[in-house]
Design a protein around this ligand. Structure first.
Ligand code: SF4
Ligand code: SF4
Length: 367
């Protein structure tokens, strides 16, 4: 990695952001905490103070730097496209180097280093075989979303696609990058790439926008690792929406429903309508929308924040469920295993049901 270029880039972004309020209103962490320190310009000022010698990094301000969700909402709403989340990750690398990462962050990094995922003490399963199409499973679908994974495989079979599974149980690389461990992220990215190359696949189907973002953007922007230009990355929702081999039936269900944009959706502005079109094919109740949706979608607590500040992560999930309650929603639908897991852990308190999109589609396949 070109460290000097990276540091200069980070400093330029901080100088652009520290007195700018233009994305402050969309930052989910600022929104739930109402603390000016925990907004893009607040974090920018903290970094700029250190850069100018007005403050030194210590355990207290390091903790603050690990409270950004690395969700991308600020950049998605920045007219000058400042890579502020990348800057946060870069500063966290410095803090890791200074041994100032909070204990829970170091423990998560140890699990990622040893097992390639933060959930289970198990080696990733290496894909066997070759084919035109691979399915990246990752760690969330493998360890916290197995029902969704099974449903996704049924849907692929119905669509006439028999992919080679790769990366079963391995992070997509976002989490270690976000925690400030670029070395672990690079090892994981290279392992994922090696598996894909070994299959000979020219198309990799992914189960979440987070995987798509990691492969097509984060690897290059944060790790200087290029995804092969001849290997297409496509979300399963796009494959299903355009497939002529699958059809679905809606079941009678009068409950109002809403689609929840999964974590990192804001980083893929072209994706928003596709999953909504799929949901509308299997739900026949009235469709509602959350206030924080599409280009301003707020994540639940499933980003890196769940490992840096779990209490704050819960507040993001509660805010999404409160948003749904206010919109009169009875059922929330989404496909990403992490988003589903966090919504599902708290939804009953809000009197809201949570439904996995892949399970819903697989249950309502025609034929
Ligand atoms: S990311 Fe853009 S909008 Fe947000 S503070 Fe920085 S310059 Fe302003
Ligand atoms: S990445 Fe998300 S949490 Fe962090 S500053 Fe941007 S909008 Fe706020």
């Amino acid at each position: 990695m070109d460290t000097m270029r990276d540091i200069t880039l980070a400093n330029d972004t901080v100088d652009n952001c520290r007195y700018c309020l233009m994305c402050r209103h969309v930052c989910p962490v600022g929104h739930v905490t109402r603390l000016e320190t925990l907004t893009p310009h607040g974090w920018g000022l903290t970094i700029a103070s250190q850069r100018r010698g007005m403050a030194e990094w210590n355990e207290e301000n390091a903790e603050v730097m690990f409270q950004c969700a690395d969700c991308g909402t600020c950049r998605a709403n920045c007219v000058t496209d400042q890579p502020f989340p990348d800057t946060i990750a870069r500063v966290r690398e410095e803090l890791v180097g200074l041994d100032l990462a909070p204990k829970r962050v170091r423990e998560t990094a140890d699990r990622l280093r040893n097992w390639g995922n933060p959930y289970e003490e198990r080696e990733p399963t290496t894909g066997a075989g070759s084919g035109d199409t691979a399915l990246f499973v990752g760690d969330e679908a493998a360890y916290i979303g197995s029902d969704g994974l099974a449903a996704a495989k049924r849907l692929l079979t119905a669509a006439g696609i028999d992919p080679v599974a790769v990366g079963h149980g391995r992070s997509n690389g976002y989490l270690p990058s976000s925690l400030g461990y670029a070395d672990i992220a690079a090892d994981i990215a290279n392992a994922n790439l090696a598996e894909v190359r070994a299959t000979g696949a020219k198309r990799v189907i992914v189960l979440s926008p987070g995987d798509h973002y990691a492969f097509t953007t984060l690897y290059a922007d944060r790790l200087d690792i290029e995804w092969p230009s001849d290997v297409e990355v496509v979300e399963l929702v796009s494959v299903l929406d355009s497939s002529e081999s699958v059809s679905f039936s809606a079941e009678k269900d009068a409950r109002p429903y809403a689609y929840v944009d999964p974590a990192h959706s804001v980083r893929l502005p072209e994706r928003h309508e596709t999953p909504r079109a799929l949901v509308s094919r299997v739900m026949d109740g009235p469709a509602r929308e959350l206030f924080w949706r599409k280009e301003r979608a707020h994540p639940v607590g499933s980003t890196a924040l769940q490992f840096t500040d779990p209490d704050l992560a819960n507040h993001l999930t509660w805010a999404r469920l409160g948003d749904a309650k206010q919109a009169g929603v009875g059922v929330l639908v989404t496909e990403d295993a992490g988003t589903l897991s966090h919504l599902g852990a708290h939804a009953s308190r809000f009197g809201i049901a949570v439904q996995g999109l892949y399970e819903l589609l697989a249950d309502r396949l025609d034929g």
